[in-house]
Design a protein around this ligand. Structure first.
Ligand code: ZN
Length: 269
């Protein structure tokens, strides 16, 4: 499933292809993904010039000179393909500029496309109650201390709460907690400030490393059937149940509500 680094990598891959370009044609090969596309999507985007690409949490943002932002979410299986040699069955939306054709491919169709007025993006329902970006300066130990104060919920659950910090998913929370040496089940309100500082640094480290790994695959983006956003990664604990942690102890796993937690009971307290 695409998480924040995959979305960031996708945005960085799309930016040089789209920024400054006029959208000449939009082809909708169906009318919905997770929910219906805006009925006037094609009308509002055709002829618009893309001014800037960006990201908020796990959403990609494509700003146009008409004051609209095309907001995309990759759901479980979405990806953009640049200049595909031939359309695939799950290429649901095609975006054409004078120089390129982009295909939004999403076999499981949990993704979304929305058109939001750029000036009111921060009030868009999905964004209105969202916490700060984990790579921004507003995400810091003081913010976590405030959010965690008095809370007995596990720290892992609160890091996944988008109101506290935006865009963190299961993989990167597991990885960051391991890097910070904090047990995922620890009561959030009982973590001292110096450990919260380590946690903030760990979150940034795992995200930046993943974005850098994705960036290295971007050199291939222009190849025929080039796909953005997915890259091989080596995790510290995620998906490594029973294998050795760097300390030698076996990585442990537990599952709650269909979501797995991976951790090391020696390194994480
Ligand atoms: Zn360990």
């Amino acid at each position: 499933m695409p998480e924040l680094p995959e979305v960031e990598t996708t945005v960085r891959g799309l930016a040089p292809v789209l920024e400054g370009q006029v959208i000449e044609r939009i082809i909708l090969r169906r009318q919905d993904l997770r929910r219906p596309f805006p009925p006037d999507l094609g009308q509002r985007l055709t002829g618009a010039r893309v001014t800037k690409l960006g990201r908020r949490a796990k959403y990609g943002l494509i700003d146009t000179d008409r004051g609209d932002t095309l907001v995309f979410h990759l759901g479980m299986s979405g990806r953009w393909r640049i200049d595909p040699a031939e359309p695939l069955p799950h290429d649901h939306v095609l975006v054409e500029t004078a120089a390129h054709r982009l295909a939004l491919n999403d076999p499981r169709r949990f993704g979304s496309l929305d058109l939001v007025r750029t000036e009111s993006l921060s009030q868009w329902p999905a964004f209105a109650a969202m916490g700060p970006e984990p790579l921004g300066s507003d995400f810091n130990a003081a913010l976590l201390a405030d959010a965690f104060r008095g809370r007995t919920a596990p720290v892992k659950a609160l890091l996944l709460d988008q109101r506290i910090v935006a865009g963190l998913g299961n993989i990167y929370v597991c990885e960051a907690l391991h890097l910070a040496g904090i047990a995922p089940g620890r009561a959030a309100g009982r973590i001292a400030l110096p450990r919260l500082e380590r946690l903030v640094a760990a979150v940034r480290t795992v995200l930046v490393a993943a974005i850098a790994a994705g960036g290295s695959t971007l050199r291939d983006y222009a190849r025929p059937d080039g796909e953005l956003g997915y890259f091989a990664k080596e995790w510290r604990v995620y998906g490594r149940e029973g294998q050795s942690c760097a300390c030698g102890a076996p990585v442990r796993r537990r599952t709650e509500n269909g979501r797995s937690t991976f951790w090391c009971s020696v390194c994480q307290r």
